[in-house]
Unconditional design. Structure first.
Length: 115
């Protein structure tokens, strides 16, 4: 099983980025897909989740109304659309797959929001 994030980089405040998480060896039809982020010295923070079965979504309070999580039709890739970015959104973003069978993490992708 492998999760690989991409799409990180440098964005200006107010800008947008779209992160992708490509899975191999599992399907997001069977696993909840969750995005977390982490800044050095701070705990990992929940960002967004899409439920494996129903496709329902939920978001961390700090990103509600600005970020959107989705899956592609194959259920092998999950996206995180990030709009109205703020400097506080800076961090390493991790993709996480979870169900009763186990959990998997990607290596993370750096997002930096700065002028």
């Amino acid at each position: 099983v492998q999760l690989v994030e991409s799409g990180g980089g440098l964005a200006q405040p107010g800008g947008s980025l779209r992160l992708s998480c490509a899975a191999s060896g599992l399907s997001f039809r069977d696993y909840d897909a969750i995005w977390y982020r982490q800044v050095p010295g701070k705990e990992r923070e929940f960002v967004a989740r899409v439920n494996s079965f129903a496709g329902s979504t939920d978001y961390g309070d700090s990103v509600k109304g600005r970020f959107s999580i989705s899956r592609d039709s194959t259920k092998m890739t999950v996206y995180l659309q990030m709009n109205s970015l703020k400097p506080d959104d800076t961090g390493v973003y991790y993709c996480h797959a979870s169900n009763f069978r186990g959990t998997y993490w990607g290596p993370g992708t750096q997002v930096t929001v700065s002028n």
